[in-house]
Every structure is written in C-alpha cells, then in structure tokens.
Design a protein around this ligand. Structure first.
Ligand code: KIV
Length: 284
C-alpha cells in the first residue's frame, strides 16, 4: 500500500506544556472557517480555537448562549479542512456538557470524531472537574476556562473582570488547581487581574492562555475578527487591533458599487475576448 504524503506535525498538547517549561510563549487565535485557518497556519499560530464566540462574531447572536453543537460542528469541520499544523481546540457550547455524563462524552466525541478537533474547551472549575476526568478517560484532551466565562453571563450580570475580590481570587486559584488535577492540559484565563493571572500561572505546571489577563500568562488568545479590526464598534480594553480590515473592506465594496454604477467595471482587462485566445484562461 502506498504511504500518504506526510502532513506537517500539528502542535500537540504536550508541546504546549514543553513551551511553558522552556518559557516560550504560546500564540492562540480563534478561527471559524478554512481560509482563516490557513492564514493562521501560515503565520505560525500555535493554537486555533473554534470558540463559541462564533455565535456573536459570525452568526449574529447577542451572546454565546444560543450556539448549538451542530453549529459548532459546522465551523469546526471548516477550520479542520484549512488547518494543517496548529492544535485545533473546539469549544463545547452551553448545555452540551453540564447535565449528563454520557451526553457530554458523546457531544465532545462528535467534535473530535466528526469535527476533527484535537481537544475541547469547557468553562468552569470544581463543578465540571468530574466531566474533565471522564473526557480524558476516553482520550479527549480538555482545555479549561476560568474568569469571565461568557456562558455564565447571566450569573455575572454582565461582562465584568473576575477575581478582584480576595475570596473570588482564592476560589479561582483553587479551581485552577482542581482543573490541573483533573487532567486539563491548559487553562484560558479571561478578564482576570494581571497579578492573579501571574499567581495562577506560577502555581500551575500546565500553561495558562490569557485574554484580558495581562502579560504574565504562558500564552495569549484573541478573537481573530477583533484583532484584525473586522468587528464593528469600539474594541474592548484588552483587544489590540493589528489591522483595520473592516475599513479597507468597506472602502473596497464602496469602490465596487461606484464602478458598477458608472459602468467602468468590468473593463476589457476583466472581460473575455469574443474569439478564443491563448491567453483566455479563467484565472489570471
Ligand atoms: O469563545 C471564544 O472565542 C473564547 C475565547 C475568547 C477564549 O472562549
């Protein structure tokens, strides 16, 4: 049997732990489609997260709560088709992992088996530690998520920094240790004071990936549309816009509309010759 051409080795969960040990920072971004996954691979992003932020960023929901497993699967499969090298993590949407063990295992299993993700991410601490252990027993690596966990939006009463009060900070540190003990391979810390993120990072042997959690985490993650300037509205405090993509896309679409209305597009350059020519190819 002919062997398949070798694919570039994807970043593994073990590699992330090794990066922490060596003090090499981990870069992570979200992606929701194949071309973005290819772009992130080309740029050398270590971890791609298909976040349930897809609900707000791409599907027009007000928050992440309505996202379904089927919607996640649709986007995980697309990212999988574009991804060759990054560790691919899929978020488990609200109510797909909290209620029943068998259902949790089946849902996570679908993200791995049908979606092609390498790992899943779930939000919460002590209350989901049992699920983390059971997922790992069936060979599903788990990334944890503490701090501002958007699926708990209604309990928090809004998007607010978490862990500023001493008892909240203590609980987060305990939860982080519990998740590590349960076998999570990494932990997202979202909207956490930098001093607390630093302490959690120092006390864990697994990497922390921060978003709005300061510079001391082992890695950073942003929503790709936010950092590319694709999202409309003012960016959140922790988002750095590395490009102003929406503005340049808007300009391009406005120019197209103008040229179509003026009849200057398509010009001869973008029009086939009436008689066949050697140069008459579909691509330029
Ligand atoms: O859903 C998401 O995109 C996330 C990241 C921002 C961490 O959970």
């Amino acid at each position: 049997m002919a062997s398949k051409p070798e694919k570039e080795q994807s970043v593994s969960t073990a590699k992330l732990v090794e990066m922490k040990q060596k003090g090499v920072k981990i870069s992570s971004l979200t992606a929701y489609d194949a071309p973005t996954a290819r772009l992130l691979n080309e740029a050398g992003v270590d971890v791609i997260l298909v976040g349930d932020s897809v609900g707000m960023v791409k599907l027009g929901y007000e928050n992440t709560l309505p996202v379904t497993l089927d919607e996640m699967l649709h986007h995980v499969k697309a990212v999988k088709r574009g991804n060759t090298r990054s560790l691919l993590v899929a978020d488990m949407p609200y109510l797909t992992y909290e209620l029943d063990l068998k259902e949790t295992l089946r849902n996570a299993g679908r993200l791995i088996k049908e979606g092609g993700a390498h790992a899943v991410k779930i939000e919460g601490g002590l209350e989901i530690a049992g699920m983390v252990k059971e997922l790992i027993k069936i060979n599903i690596p788990v990334m944890g998520h503490l701090g501002l966990t958007p699926q708990a939006l209604n309990r928090f009463g809004g998007y607010k920094v978490q862990g500023r009060k001493p008892q909240e900070a203590e609980k987060m540190l305990t939860d982080a240790k519990i998740l590590e003990g349960a076998g999570a391979f990494a932990l997202v810390l979202e909207c956490v004071p930098p001093a607390l993120a630093k302490e959690i990072t120092r006390k864990l042997s697994i990497p922390t990936i921060g978003i709005g959690a300061g510079p001391h985490c082992d890695g950073q993650i942003l929503v790709v549309d936010d950092m590319l300037g694709l999202s409309d509205g003012a960016p959140l405090k922790f988002v750095k816009r590395y490009a102003d993509s929406r503005a340049s896309m808007l300009k391009a679409v406005q120019a197209y509309c103008r040229e179509v209305q003026a009849g200057s597009f398509p010009s001869a350059e973008h029009t086939f010759a009436d008689a066949p020519k050697a140069s008459d190819k579909l691509s330029t």
